[in-house]
Design a protein. Structure first.
Length: 397
């Protein structure tokens, strides 16, 4: 077993043990080998500082050793921020919620001696858990952010872990080190890169957050069946990661569509205006018609956009696409109906309503009732079984 050297006098062990107990009690940690890793790996070494957003929208930096209980809680920690082109601030990197990490690692069903490629090194904490469980010689990790890899490498080495870390575009995988028994992606992708399928052995597993559009999708576990097909089900519980980046730096800012209510077509709906956030499977199904580029959010009572830190209750939700189509749906109701305003070449809310009807007709299924087949040419979503009557084509980006 690797000897842990924290190079400090911080008494973090009881906190790590409590975290492991909490994850076991929550059903997110069942493998004794992984539980030992959670108890043995000091999270604060990989997250010495993190950022919290205040009520006014600004960010403050916290020092981990000042509040170890917070660092060893089952929560995500924001580790890196970046400025946007419009002068705002965006999250560039985070330490994933530990319960999601352990749930994903367990979903790989790793045997002793398995070789694993992680897409998205981040802080290095997940690579440390894998290294403790499997041995660092079996673990490979790639990240496009060279600065993150430079920080993670000595932190891992200081604890006695020496996985292979590479700076590069995670979409390409690591062909020079293939084949792997499993690939785990701690980032969201609009389509599963075929390179990942090629780089796992037959029977190997790829686990990734498929997001066909913003907010639309979740974790899917694919098994390589043969040379031209991988297939599997979505995980039962929703999960979301930041998007995979092909180059260092922040993701580009989104688009804006002006909403002129004087030109809009007005109607009513019984569908919940918060569907993009609260009915995630419906939003996923709707994305196949809405398209991969969707903007959505809330509006203030006076019609302005609502920032995440505002205390003002929103009056409506809105969705828009780059072709100039938009829809705005009021939260207030009259006779159980929400007001809808739409304009542009397509009626976007109608597409969401159709997706909701489809989901209801299918019996209101959960995520694990759906699966995905990936070939070099196509991504096909299916309900219940691959050869069933309900399938959808997911456009490759």
């Amino acid at each position: 077993m690797t000897t842990i050297n924290t190079a400090g006098d911080v008494e973090w062990g009881p906190h790590a043990a409590r975290l492991a107990e909490e994850l076991v009690a929550a059903g997110k940690l069942t493998d004794s080998r992984l539980a030992a890793a959670v108890r043995a790996v000091p999270r604060h070494v990989f997250v010495p500082t993190y950022h919290q957003q205040t009520a006014d929208g600004s960010w403050v930096e916290r020092v981990s050793v000042d509040d170890l209980a917070a660092v060893y809680a089952n929560t995500a920690l924001i580790t890196t921020l970046a400025a946007t082109a419009t002068g705002g601030t965006t999250v560039l990197s985070s330490s994933t919620q530990p319960g999601l990490m352990t749930r994903m690692i367990e979903a790989l069903h790793l045997a002793d001696g398995a070789r694993v490629l992680e897409i998205g090194t981040g802080t290095g904490y997940n690579a440390a858990l894998l290294s403790h469980q499997l041995g660092h010689g079996q673990v490979y990790s790639v990240d496009v952010e060279g600065e993150l890899v430079e920080l993670a490498s000595p932190r891992l080495a200081g604890l006695g872990y020496h996985p292979t870390l590479v700076v590069g575009d995670g979409a390409a995988g690591l062909p020079e080190n293939a084949p792997f028994d499993a690939i785990i992606a701690t980032c969201a992708v609009p389509a599963i890169p075929w390179a990942w399928i090629e780089q796992v052995r037959p029977g190997g597993v790829v686990l990734a957050d498929l997001k066909s559009a913003p907010g639309a999708g979740s974790l899917v576990r694919l098994t390589r069946r043969d040379d031209d097909r991988a297939e599997g089900h979505f995980d039962a519980t929703y999960a979301a990661f930041m998007d995979l980046r092909h180059t260092p730096g922040s993701n580009p800012d989104g688009f804006r569509v002006e909403r002129d209510h004087n030109q809009a077509e007005h109607s009513t709906t019984r569908l919940d205006p918060t569907t993009p956030w609260t009915s995630l499977l419906v939003w996923f199904l709707a994305s196949f018609d809405l398209g991969p580029d969707i903007a959505y959010g809330y509006t203030l009572p006076e019609g302005g956009l609502i920032p995440a830190y505002s205390d003002t209750a929103p009056a409506a939700s809105w969705i828009a696409t780059p072709d100039g189509s938009w829809a705005e749906i009021t939260f207030a109701t009259q006779n159980g109906q929400h007001g809808v305003a739409e304009d542009g070449p397509r009626r976007l809310w109608r597409l969401v309503e159709i997706a909701h009807s489809t989901w209801v007709d299918l019996g209101r299924p959960g995520w694990d009732s759906f699966g995905l087949t990936v070939t070099p040419e196509a991504h096909t979503l299916w309900f219940d079984r691959p050869e069933g009557e309900h399938t959808w084509h997911i456009a490759s980006h």
